[in-house]
Design a protein around this ligand. Sequence first.
Ligand code: CP
Length: 312
Amino acid sequence: MNEDTEHQTSHIFGIRYMTENFIQGILDDASEIKQNPSKYAEALKGKILSLAFWEASTRTRLSFESAMLRLGGKTLGFSSQAGTSIEKGESLSDTITMLAGYSDCIVLRHPLRGSCKLAAKIADKYGVPVISGGSGSQEHPTQALLDIFTIQEYHHRLSGLNVGIVGDLRYSRTISSLLFALGKFGRNTIYYLSHPSLHLQDELVYDLESTDLEMHKATNLAEIISSLDVLYVTRLQKERFPDPMLYNKVKESYQLRPDLMKAAKEDLIIMHPLPRVDEIPYAIDRFPQAKYFEQAKNGVYTRMAVLNRLIH
Ligand code: CP
């Protein structure tokens, strides 16, 4: 669980704080739930999950909702500030205090760095766990859990893998969490490919130095695709670009074109946290290596495992 001893309740705000044992336990639980979903149909009967989303989401919010319903629990919450008293100026801390009184667990998506830790500190007083549903451009821990669950399902291992990461590596919280997750499971080789303005942040590269990840900069997809076990593509996040002109300039540079697939291994898996825009054309969907929709579905089983562990 989180190695942050400041909190007494178990919260999830970053993969970097989780032990390998805790992560493996979640993956094992998710696999068991996927095989025997009916066994868990009443596991959280009588419990309520709050979904507090300050930012847009389809997969994270709805797969958490689906997970809670499939566990026999109920959900409440909001999907934007509109229609809540946040519009009247209510603070994050007061909103979390309210939700801690109304529910047994809170999933939070918020744009500000540190928002999840603050929420956890407040909810801790009420014994209510907080789970990050993606916080700023820092971390998206449950996305990383479903990502490595999918990788393990196809490759039956989480080490000795060649993983290409492509697109927006600077502003993608998904990439940060995935790298921390892969870094906990031994030696993996990462080929990173992005526009110079979207390279991995220095702070992240520094934090990853303590892991066994071998990092290689790639210059184009054609150069690396034949050696990859996993190709993880990300969207250029227009909303996080400081300059819209720059977004328009680089958006098509890192597209996975169908002709590139000729060199791909049969057991390559193509992943994407979604939503996609231009970086994976629809023509790629017909390749057996395209796994991004299965990956998104695995979010339900992984999040069922997380909720089942955290809510008592
Ligand atoms: N992968 C992901 O976080 O998608 P949403 O933004 O739709 O939740």
